[in-house]
Design a protein. Structure first.
Length: 314
């Protein structure tokens, strides 16, 4: 495998990991803080991609970027207040059944309204086309086709490589969203309460903290991140009713592999699974099971996950 092939596989792995990371961060927030096995999280992604498609068709992409995450935030709070809060103290099997049922309702509802086939997503003009990566000593032809592309110098590749611009944008947006969430949780009072709730929510209640309101906001934040994932991930995953279920299992494995309640662990696990899928793309039989093999190996060595901490969700 040449340096160029390795570079392309790395970028593809990061792009796959970016989608998993965005969905898994919402999952790990909800799962690690509230202790809810939310199998409806993929349904939030489905709502996001269809909302982004409809809003983008009517109002443009700029409005979509702002409006869809806010809509998902509201949907998340309504879901938590209207349904999920009644299952906090119920067995995991009850949580799985009700959230899985909700996911099926959303999936079939989307199928009834929009049909079962993929529908086009309104990608903005600046996100179309390709990005040019070039190595040392490479001369870029002085023609409009090449000069109009964004250029990124990569010292170890040979010649020129092209990669879809939107997939690079997805990686950049994921990093910004993840950085913003980390800043919120690490440097604000709200984040301090949430992190404490991941370890011992009962103690916070004894201290007089209104943890119920915080939990509703946490659920809304998890849905908001799914909204961001839907806006930027829809052109890659396609806009179909089944895409939420297809992404749910690997995203849930990201949470488990990374460690319950560990955002850094979820990010690390998402990148690990993305790279594993990318580098096994040529071997379809292996790619079908690679994420499960990674999960087995990691959990045998680290039962709490890569960065899971003692006392979190135990």
């Amino acid at each position: 495998m040449s340096a160029n092939d390795i570079f392309l596989q790395l970028v593809t792995g990061l792009q796959l990991g970016a989608i998993y990371a965005l969905i898994a961060l919402g999952l790990t927030l909800i799962f690690g803080t509230l202790g809810v096995v939310n199998f409806a999280h993929g349904a939030l992604y489905v709502i996001a991609i269809y909302a982004a498609t409809v809003i983008g068709d009517h109002f443009g992409f700029a409005v979509t970027v702002v409006l869809v995450p806010l809509v998902l935030f509201v949907v998340g709070i309504i879901m938590e207040r209207g349904l999920i809060q009644y299952f906090y103290d119920r067995p995991d099997t009850d949580q799985i059944l009700v959230t899985f049922g909700l996911a099926l309702v959303v999936q079939e509802g989307a199928k009834a309204i929009f049909g079962a086939n993929n529908i086009p997503y309104p990608v903005p003009d600046w996100g179309k086309g390709q990005m040019l990566f070039y190595g040392s000593g490479t001369t870029i032809p002085n023609v409009p086709h090449f000069q109009g592309m964004p250029h990124i110098w990569v010292p170890f590749i040979d010649g020129m490589l092209f990669y879809p611009s939107w997939r690079i944008i997805l990686i950049a947006v994921s990093l910004l969203a993840i950085g913003g969430l980390f800043a919120l949780l690490q440097f604000t009072r709200f984040g301090l309460v949430v992190r404490a709730g991941m370890r011992d929510s009962e103690m916070l209640r004894f201290l007089g903290v209104n943890i119920t309101a915080r939990f509703a906001i946490v659920f809304g934040l998890g849905a908001l991140i799914a909204g961001v994932a839907g806006v930027f991930g829809a052109p890659i995953t396609q806009v179909t009713p089944e895409v939420g279920m297809n992404l749910l299992v690997p995203s849930f494995l990201v949470v488990v592999i990374g460690g319950m309640g560990s955002l850094a662990g979820a990010l690390l696990a998402a990148v690990l699974l993305g790279l594993a899928l990318s580098f096994t793309a040529e071997y379809s039989s292996v790619q079908q099971i690679i994420i499960y093999l990674v999960a087995v190996v990691v959990l045998l060595v680290r039962p709490r996950g890569l960065l899971g901490k003692k006392g979190v969700f135990e």
